[in-house]
Design a protein around this ligand. Structure first.
Ligand SMILES: Nc1ncnc2c1ncn2[C@@H]1O[C@H](COP(=O)(O)OP(=O)(O)OP(=O)(O)O)[C@@H](O)[C@H]1O
Length: 311
């Protein structure tokens, strides 16, 4: 569990992060969103002491981070940034092995871990292990950056726009992989993102920052349906609200008994995917893989909870 308590960072007499307190439960994902310059990166970097707080404290599983030497703290905490930050003169394998090596893992364990992570991110180990970073595509570099952050199986992973430069298809895949890995390993994850869709689909909770202050910290459904301030409402974008709400729920959760024609919606699809498929194929009901049917009427009700409550 991460407890951020009254954390403040002053630069040139101004608070970049201003008295922020929040708790992230173990195994959960917190997404930090906010406009540019609102203090997200500074807040994230205070957790692993890349930036020292001006005041306040961070507790990791009850331990004050000030009691741990910064370099030791950073070996325990995975950190992935936009633009990957790979060492250019080290191979992919050596990059991924950075922290396990510092921690004194034996060679065989390191090699196994490198190959395991490459496979996990759909990069054939024999093909990629010995390449240099410049021999990879941007998307592959980013995946190696995330693999490196995960290498020593950290309990806590900090990510600053890790998928920022990926194209939408690879990005969706990388997000799904990350979610899968995070759930499987029970990693606690704090993620900075500009992308509200990413925050909604990945975050168990979303923290909204405005001018250094935390203005709302709540589950995505609450941020969407009960924004605490006009700033939060604007950040979500009113036009996107129904789509974000739909992307929160897997399609099978709304499936009911019934008959529908045409190809089934794949397992793992969200209600948003279901709506897109209804509109695209002109159907008002879809079979769902694994059983049941989802109707356009049910999707409408789900996308407009206020309207449903008023009925
Ligand atoms: N090293 C520094 N020295 C002086 N000011 C800084 C420093 N780092 C950040 N700031 C200022 O602190 C504020 C918050 O910056 P920060 O990078 O945390 O914002 P952000 O929300 O991550 O922005 P973005 O989304 O654009 O990355 C900004 O006004 C920035 O100019």
């Amino acid at each position: 569990m991460i407890q951020i308590q009254n954390l403040t960072r002053i630069y040139d007499g101004r608070a970049a992060v201003d008295d922020v307190s929040l708790t992230v439960e173990a195994g959960q994902i917190a997404a930090l969103v906010g406009t540019s310059g609102s203090g997200k990166t500074t807040l994230l970097r205070m957790i692993n002491r890349l930036v020292e707080p001006s005041s306040g404290q961070v507790l990791i599983d009850g331990q004050d981070t000030r009691q741990v030497a910064p370099h030791l703290l950073r070996r325990r905490i995975g950190y992935a940034i936009q633009g990957h930050g790979l060492f250019p003169h080290r191979t992919v394998g050596q990059n991924i092995a950075t922290v396990p090596r510092l921690l004194g893992w034996n060679q065989a364990a390191i090699r196994d871990r490198v190959d395991e992570l490459l496979s996990l991110f759909q990069m054939e180990p024999d093909q990629f292990r010995d390449r240099m970073p410049h021999e990879l595509s941007g998307g592959q570099q980013q995946r190696v950056g995330v693999a490196r952050a995960l290498a020593a199986k950290p309990d806590l992973l900090l990510m600053d726009e890790p998928f920022g430069a990926l194209d939408p298809v690879i990005r969706a895949k990388a997000q799904a992989d990350l979610r899968d890995i995070q759930r499987r390993l029970g990693t606690t994850l704090i993620l900075v993102t500009h992308d509200m869709e990413e925050a909604v689909t990945l975050g168990d909770r979303i923290a909204v920052m405005d001018k250094g202050r935390l203005v709302q910290y709540a589950p995505p459904s609450e941020i969407l349906t009960a924004p605490a301030t006009p700033f939060v409402r604007d950040l979500i974008g009113l036009d996107q609200r129904p789509f974000h709400l739909l992307s929160l729920t897997p399609a099978h959760a709304l499936a009911r008994d019934g008959q529908a024609e045409g190809p089934a919606l794949p397992r793992g699809a969200t209600l948003r995917d279901a709506l897109a498929e209804c509109l695209w194929s002109g159907r008002d009901a879809l079979p769902v893989e694994g059983g049941g049917v989802i109707t356009l009427a049910a999707l409408r009700a789900q996308a407009a909870p206020q309207a449903r409550a008023a009925e």
